[in-house]
Design a protein. Structure first.
Length: 646
């Protein structure tokens, strides 16, 4: 027992040492949408909604609603740590350390020596490819799914022991863990296949297979129940063809101008707002199964290469589209996959752990093989559970080296293992710094692997904020070249060119953004801002009205339309718009009230303006424009009262 405790302590210590610098990181990538822009997880009391069985019987407009265990973990983090990202990162690192210990425990449950389990646990915990899943809080579903996946598998393996366990209790516990894994992320779906593989590679005594049958039956019932729950929410990750209606985040929107007028262009993220998009960056994969098959053969083989040599590591990894057998080394990729399969099948008796590791990798990659099209075809985080198989295969290879040459082999294996683990730990620690913020992530080094248009858009936004407009325009152009139907890329390019003073080309970009995404009100909102800036106020107002026709609750569009009416002297129409904007305003947004106050002040309704300024300050006491307006009017009203005295 003492040796096991020391091994567990070593694994946990190594993981925390490698990931210590993560605690200094902020929210990055999808965190801005899934956490900062997700009102549901900002209220810990909403946890009771996820604990209510009725949640699982209906459909809900909740972001990431198909992964309630993940949502629950975010609410717990919010209750424990508040808004600070360090607490969220601490939870993710703790989960990763626990999963690394599970890999060690599973090795022991398979009856393998302690050094093998220790090596596997350390490789799993320190492998650099795990950094994406651990460092980005919104990718925590992979960690949670792995935790329940490993714990359910451990329970199944321990059930084969000599100690009698009630079959129904055992099946219920394993099925419950399986269900929690599925409600964390769909990657847990391969657990039944892995349980069967463990039975094949490490057979249990004949008399204990009744328990396995009971567990598999329970897994089947859980999978059916989850299928009914998940099918209604599949639109969250649906990609489909161009005719399907999907709800996806418009990553680069145009946010509120800094003044109550409608003339300032500013790039940002419209957090929490969802609108239909007509196409996907990877439409060719969803529309042409032949291309998808060839592309995924190359991508799956690329995953094996990343497991063996985790370089380069990039964010928003993109697949290399393969359209024919003569492209992209697809024959070599197919050979890699076939060799892994043959090794898993032919060497299960001679090298059971290594062969089991190969079978594990192939099996756990099935959910991300795009048999059901994914919104993101490839990603490094997809390898989180898969890495356990690679860790076992590497540990088995080192153990074989130790057995082959006895004492010298043992020393060589120990040295090789220490070098592998040390190299992984140092690379992981260095990679964590890349996830500190968007600037570090997207501008920290040269791009050495294909990335999606999202990465280019992120780089472009950072470059534009730095005033490097020519470079920003180039990144937007490359994003539009990679994804011609990206309204975001065309609109960002239009904003950049407008800032550079190239109004004709900027207009062409905004026209293109509207052509590729006519049903997106954010696209029309951004175009309206541009039109107002170049003096085409009437057309800008028309564009705002179109945005509001598509989304009547678009508060920012109401406010900016009001400002146009106000500046044009159409006070009655402006007042009507402001009343709607105020009625729709979120609790912490002072802008609609402040803007309404400016109209009332302009039309002589000083007392009404004071009420609106105060309403703005109730929502944000530090909102300086409202403070100045209220002070100005208070002085004016005070003078009038003094002038009226006898």
């Amino acid at each position: 027992m003492r040796r096991h405790l020391l091994a567990i302590a070593l694994i946990i210590g190594a993981v925390f040492a490698a990931y210590a610098n993560v605690l200094r990181n902020g929210f990055v990538s999808d965190d801005h949408v899934c956490i900062e822009g997700n009102p549901f997880v900002q209220v810990p009391a909403n946890l009771k909604i996820l604990l209510d069985p009725r949640y699982y019987l209906g459909t809900h407009e909740v972001l990431v609603g198909s992964r309630p265990v993940f949502l629950a973990s975010l609410m717990v983090d919010r209750a424990l740590w508040g808004n600070g990202p360090a607490g969220y990162h601490s939870t993710s690192v703790l989960l990763h350390a626990a999963n690394s210990v599970w890999v060690y425990a599973l090795t022991a449950a398979l009856g393998l020596p302690l050094p093998v389990g220790l090596c596997a646990g350390l490789i799993f915990g320190l492998h650099p490819v795990q950094t994406e899943a651990v460092d980005v809080v919104s990718f925590r579903p992979d960690l949670l799914a792995a935790f329940f996946f490993f714990s359910a598998l451990w329970l199944c393996l321990k059930a084969r022991g000599r100690r009698p366990v009630p079959v129904l209790l055992l099946a219920a516990a394993a099925a419950g863990l399986f269900g929690l894994g599925l409600l964390s992320k769909e990657m847990a779906a391969t657990l039944p296949a892995i349980v069967l593989a463990a039975e094949l590679y490490f057979p249990a005594p004949e008399g204990r297979r009744l328990r396995l049958a009971a567990i598999l039956c329970a897994f089947f019932l859980v999978a059916c129940a989850f299928g009914g729950f998940w099918a209604a929410r599949f639109r969250y990750s649906e990609t489909g063809d161009s005719s399907s209606l999907r709800r996806a985040v418009d990553r680069v929107a145009v946010v509120m101008p800094t003044s109550p007028g409608a003339g300032t262009l500013k790039l940002g993220v419209e957090k929490g707002r969802f609108f239909p998009q007509s196409t996907s960056e990877w439409s060719v994969l969803y529309e042409q199964p032949y291309v998808r098959t060839l592309t995924m053969i190359r991508a799956l083989a690329g995953y094996f290469r990343l497991l063996a040599l985790p370089e380069p590591l990039v964010s928003d990894r993109a697949p290399v589209i393969v359209r024919g057998w003569g492209e992209g080394g697809v024959w070599l990729a197919l050979a890699v996959l076939l060799l892994a399969g043959l090794y898993a099948g032919l060497f299960r008796r001679r090298h059971p752990l290594a062969a089991f590791g190969a079978a594990w990798c192939l099996t756990t990659l099935i959910p991300v093989a795009n048999l059901i099209p994914l919104r993101n075809p490839v990603a490094e985080r997809y390898l989180y559970i898969v890495t356990a198989g690679a860790a076992w295969a590497a540990a088995a290879a080192l153990a074989a080296l130790a057995r082959r040459w006895e004492v010298r082999g043992a020393r060589a294996a120990a040295l090789a293992g220490a070098l592998i683990v040390g190299a992984c730990g140092f690379r992981t620690h260095a990679r964590n710094a890349d996830w500190r913020d968007e600037r570090s992530l997207y501008l920290g080094g040269p791009v050495k692997a294909p990335q999606s248009s999202v990465a280019r858009l992120s780089r472009a936004g950072i470059l534009r904020a730095d005033g490097r407009l020519a470079e920003a325009a180039r990144e937007y152009e490359l994003a539009a070249l990679a994804y011609p139907d990206s309204a975001v890329a065309w609109q960002g390019l239009g904003v950049t060119r407008a800032t550079m003073g190239d109004i004709p080309r900027a207009t062409a970009c905004f026209d293109r953004s509207l052509a590729v995404s006519p049903r997106n009100p954010i696209t029309r909102f951004g175009y309206a801002l541009f039109l107002a800036r170049i003096g085409k106020k009437e057309r800008a107002a028309e564009m705002y009205r179109e945005a509001l026709r598509l989304e009547p609750q678009y508060v920012e569009a109401w406010v900016n339309l009001c400002a146009l009416y106000r500046d044009a002297g159409r006070h009655r129409e402006a007042r009507s718009c402001y009343e709607k904007a105020v009625a729709l305003a979120v609790p912490n947004d002072p802008v609609p009230f402040y803007s309404f106050a400016t109209l009332l002040e302009k039309t002589g309704d000083a007392r009404g303006a004071v009420l609106q300024y105060r309403a703005a300050l109730e929502r944000d006491a530090s909102f300086a424009p409202a403070q100045r307006g209220l002070k100005r009017l208070s002085v004016r009203l005070g003078r009038k009262r003094e002038a009226g005295r006898p």
